[in-house]
Design a protein around this ligand. Structure first.
Ligand SMILES: CC(=O)N[C@H]1[C@@H](OP(=O)(O)O)O[C@H](CO)[C@@H](O)[C@@H]1O
Ligand SMILES: [Mg+2]
Length: 562
């Protein structure tokens, strides 16, 4: 690099690092979902995430990358940042160790040396003629604006980098925008809404005529977690024909606190009605989003006498999606008696060990290929991309359906072929069109509560299904999750997609010994990637047994590592 540009680059990095000194005792880690901590302490880490994102864009020849400032379902005081790669997915894991080192560089000089060394190792052409582009989005948290400024300063510390603030968005909107920008298509919020509204309308146009539902079937109450998802849904709900959406915990002034006693995480973990719901809602289909609208669960208020809910979690959403896609493929490929395989497709289902065993059994009984990855959507998404159609979900409601480009182009040519054959009223043609509409509707970059919700609604209408029909797909096995505080959670090492402990080896033997005592018993432990705890998960044929299995294994963890 020319000497003056080199000097300029060094000066900017030293400058920005001295503006955001690392507070004593702070340690940041780019965990399961980026950096996350108390929002008031996050500015240095977010500024460095800005540097990181700009470097990532330079490395990728100026492709657009993204930063979302959010702490998802965490309490309102927390905040954080995640980086989106050019395809809209999570940042390549290969860069995570550098992300950690950069966030924890103790002083400006250390930070400069780290960046220079990393640029050299990765072949990043610092200071030469290049451009880098970073899109920024943030959720509704009060620390968002201040942290956005820290991120902007970090981005601007890389010579040639250009930041665009896309405003207050859901996490999946920002991921979608990054992906769209790199595909050379419109990346604005109105383009995102238009795609959702139009593809949802297409899906409804393809609903068989005998399936149109009654008033109750069209009514949906959405718990917006007092976050950004409710705000965005309010903006578009009038344009969603065929649905009567009521938003509660919508994020409006005075309605409540972000994620407090509401939202997808609360409903899934506590299994009780969120704030703002009452016995009057008994029987109505309800959905719950998390604070940044990348998680979705459904529920129904069970009875007027208590606050319990019937939960439809990510596993059951996944099952509904898988069933629908499989049915469309069957319609296309089994034309009457002859099996002609017009559209050979590899369909893969991706889950984690937290998926309820009953859901896995249900999917396997359908003859579907089910595979497992470690916890965290970055693993699930990557695995799903190996298929023509990959469907993935975490039990907590984060997931999507990804279609390969090759499969989409096959669908396109098949739709042309079938429409020109004068039988474009055929069941096959309609199934092809449904899959095409689905690939437009469901976010291809990352799990998206808004697009997931519309996909669920379209499928329920297509099948003419009530919430009850959906619930009855299978019965969840009773389960229990516990958290155990230990001295050093990293002393637990797992294998086989986290279902087995390899270290300490005696722990797995103890888990096995406990588990054999329970019918349908299954149990695993793993260190959390977002909290300083070890998580214990147990399943068994009754709640009492699941509780007891989890408790005994938690005691072993405490005894060995506490
Ligand atoms: C059991 C569980 O729900 N784990 C969550 C949680 O990860 P942990 O590594 O378990 O803390 O947060 C992740 C990020 O939101 C999410 O992807 C994951 O599913
Ligand atoms: Mg979230």
């Amino acid at each position: 690099m020319a000497a003056d540009q080199d000097q300029e680059q060094r000066r900017r990095l030293l400058d920005v690092a001295s503006r955001f000194p690392l507070p004593a005792g702070c340690r940041f880690s780019y965990g399961t979902a980026g950096f996350r901590a108390d929002g008031a302490t996050m500015a240095p880490a977010i500024c460095r995430a800005g540097i990181l994102a700009a470097l990532r864009s330079v490395k990728l020849a100026g492709a657009t990358v993204g930063i979302v400032i959010t702490a998802s379902h965490n309490p309102i005081g927390d905040n954080g940042a995640k980086i989106a790669d050019p395809d809209g997915g999570m940042m390549d894991q290969h860069w995570e160790p550098f992300a950690d080192a950069l966030a924890n560089a103790p002083d400006p000089d250390a930070l400069l040396q780290l960046v220079l060394q990393f640029a050299k190792d990765e072949g990043i052409p610092l200071g030469s003629h290049y451009t880098a582009q970073v899109l920024l989005g943030r959720d509704t948290r009060p620390t968002g604006e201040y942290l956005l400024d820290a991120a902007l300063q970090g981005i601007n510390a890389i010579v040639g980098a250009h930041a665009i603030d896309m405003g207050i968005l859901t996490t999946p909107q920002l991921h979608w925008m990054v992906r769209s920008k790199n595909k050379g298509v419109k990346a604005s919020e109105s383009a995102y809404f238009k795609q959702l509204i139009n593809s949802f309308r297409h899906m409804l146009e393809l609903v068989p005529k005998d399936k149109s539902g009654d008033e109750l079937a069209n009514k949906l109450i959405v718990d917006g977690a007092n976050g950004i998802g409710g705000v965005k849904l309010e903006q578009i709900k009038a344009e969603l024909s065929g649905l009567d959406i009521i938003v509660r915990n919508s994020g409006k002034e005075g309605e409540g606190i972000l994620n407090h006693m509401c939202g997808a995480d609360f409903v899934q973990k506590e299994r009780v009605t969120p704030h703002g719901f009452s016995p009057e809602d008994v029987g109505v289909r309800c959905a719950s989003l998390d604070g940044d609208a990348d998680r979705l669960v459904y529920f129904r208020v069970s009875s007027a006498s208590d606050n319990k809910v019937d939960l439809v979690d990510g596993d059951k959403i996944l099952s509904l999606f898988a069933l629908f896609i499989r049915e469309q493929l069957d319609i296309i490929n089994n034309d009457g008696s002859k099996v002609n395989k017009l559209l050979p497709a590899k369909l893969g289902i991706v889950q984690t060990a937290y998926a309820n065993g009953a859901s896995t059994q249900f999917l396997k009984d359908l003859g579907l290929e089910v595979v497992f990855t470690p916890t965290g959507v970055k693993y699930l998404h990557k695995k799903a991309l190996e298929y023509d159609i990959g469907v993935y979900f975490e039990a907590n409601g984060h997931g999507t359906v990804v279609f390969s480009e090759n499969f989409i182009s096959q669908l396109e040519s098949l739709s042309k072929e079938l429409s020109s054959q004068a039988d474009n009223g055929s069941a096959q043609y309609h199934a092809v069109m449904r899959l095409m509409a689905a690939s437009q509707l469901i976010n291809q970059a990352v799990g998206d509560a808004l697009s997931g919700l519309l996909f669920v609604e379209a499928i329920l209408q297509y099948r003419g299904w009530s919430f009850q029909n959906w619930c009855e797909l299978y019965s969840d096995l009773p389960s229990r999750q516990l958290k155990v505080k230990v001295i050093d959670r990293s002393s637990i090492v797992t294998t086989d997609a986290e279902t087995k402990v390899s270290q300490p080896s005696s722990l797995q033997e103890l888990i096995d010994k406990e588990t054999v005592n329970y019918s349908h018993g299954r149990c695993f432990v793993r260190p959390s990637g977002t909290e300083d705890v070890v998580r214990v998960y147990a399943e068994a044929s009754t709640q009492v047994e699941a509780d007891s299995l989890a408790k005994s294994v938690a005691q072993h963890v405490e005894r060995l590592l506490g």
